[in-house]
Ligand binder design. Structure first.
Ligand code: AVI
Length: 340
């Protein structure tokens, strides 16, 4: 509770303007038009995401935190192979951000083994500094070793501690923002850094079920206060600022739709009228004029929703065996322990 949630993917100071220029050019000249979700997380977008995690409609964050809180001791025990074969664990967290939900697992690790080494990995050095300060102040017994890396783009060179069993954490349902192919290659990269017997703890949001209506899913991505709409539109504000583009952000409407074929929530920005948008020449290429028709959309995010079978189908090709799945009482969200 001493921490705040932060952006899971990226944050401004670490993202080069060339990457923004290249991404915008490729995505906005494609048909259908797209923008990659990492573009959301500039300073304003990271702040809006923090607000989203506290919205009544956005059940994901509090539900996952509830699962971790209820089962932390059991998760650590299973990760260490139960009591018979007691192993000392080290925790590595991918996309740790400020490590808002990790405290409960670190506390359980300290209860279990007296002390623990925690290695948060994130693209944002700023977020890692906050994580390190917060954890050191609030969790005696935890040694923090930060690693600045973009685990989504590079094969992670994990700074592995010898003779310790690794528990890699990838929570927050961030895996759901990758296409199935990209998610599998990300998990394969993680697996390649682990030794047989090491573990991965994966947080995933679940799809519609008798306990979870499509309306519940849609509301989580189209809240009454309009915070998610502001988060989505902020990507255009970012392109105006970073690239000197002239998007009229009021002329694009936030849309969240459920795609049952791909089992994902899609976020789009829909042009309300015929309009032209200019992007000046930049390091990625010459000046662009984009023409939008009324109703034409920019696809800004996919958020995949899983079933138990889909979680296994993601883990198995990356050579992880599913060991155990924990749910909240309403089966809204899943936390899966997998063995390398
Ligand atoms: C970061 N990620 C798991 C969020 C999600 O739910 O897919 C991002 C988000 N998009 C809209 N609201 C939240």
């Amino acid at each position: 509770a001493a921490f705040t949630e932060t952006a899971p993917i990226s944050a401004t100071p670490d993202t080069t303007s060339h990457a923004v220029a290249a991404e915008a050019r490729a995505g906005l000249t494609a048909h259908p038009r797209t923008l990659s979700p990492w573009l959301f997380y500039d300073e304003a977008g990271s702040h809006l995401f923090e607000q989203i995690t506290q919205l009544p409609e956005y059940y994901l964050t509090r539900t996952e935190r509830g699962i971790l809180t209820a089962h932390a001791d059991e998760i650590l025990q299973q990760a260490a192979n139960g009591d018979k074969d007691k192993q000392t664990l080290t925790l590595i967290e991918l996309g740790a951000g400020t490590a808002a939900k990790t405290g409960v697992l670190l506390a359980a690790a300290v209860r279990r083994q007296g002390s623990v080494v925690y290695q948060p990995v994130d693209v944002s050095e700023t977020a890692l500094a906050v994580a390190s300060r917060n954890i050191q102040a609030n969790f005696p017994g935890v040694t923090v070793r930060c690693q600045v890396a973009d685990y989504t783009r590079e094969a992670l060179p994990l700074d592995r501690l010898p003779n310790l069993r690794t528990l890699a954490l990838y929570i927050g349902s961030s895996i759901g923002n990758f296409s199935p192919a990209d998610a599998k290659s990300l998990l394969s990269n993680v697996r390649a850094q682990l030794l047989p017997g090491d573990k991965l703890l994966l947080g995933t949001d679940l799809g519609p079920s008798p306990q979870k209506s499509i309306d519940t899913l849609l509301a989580a991505y189209n809240d009454a206060a309009g915070t998610t709409a502001a988060f989505n539109r902020n990507v255009l504000t970012r392109l105006n600022r970073d690239l000197g583009a002239d998007f009229d952000t009021d002329a694009f409407t936030h849309k969240a739709v459920w795609n049952p074929i791909h089992s994902r929530i899609e976020m789009h920005l829909e042009s309300t009228r015929h309009q032209r948008v200019h992007i000046p020449a930049n390091s990625a290429g010459p000046a662009l004029t984009l023409t939008f028709e009324p109703g034409e959309t920019i696809h800004t995010e996919n958020s995949y929703k899983f079933t138990a079978a889909a979680i296994e189908a993601l883990l198995a090709p990356a050579a992880f065996a599913t060991t155990r799945i924990w749910h909240d009482p309403q089966h809204l969200f899943a936390v899966t322990l997998a063995t390398a």
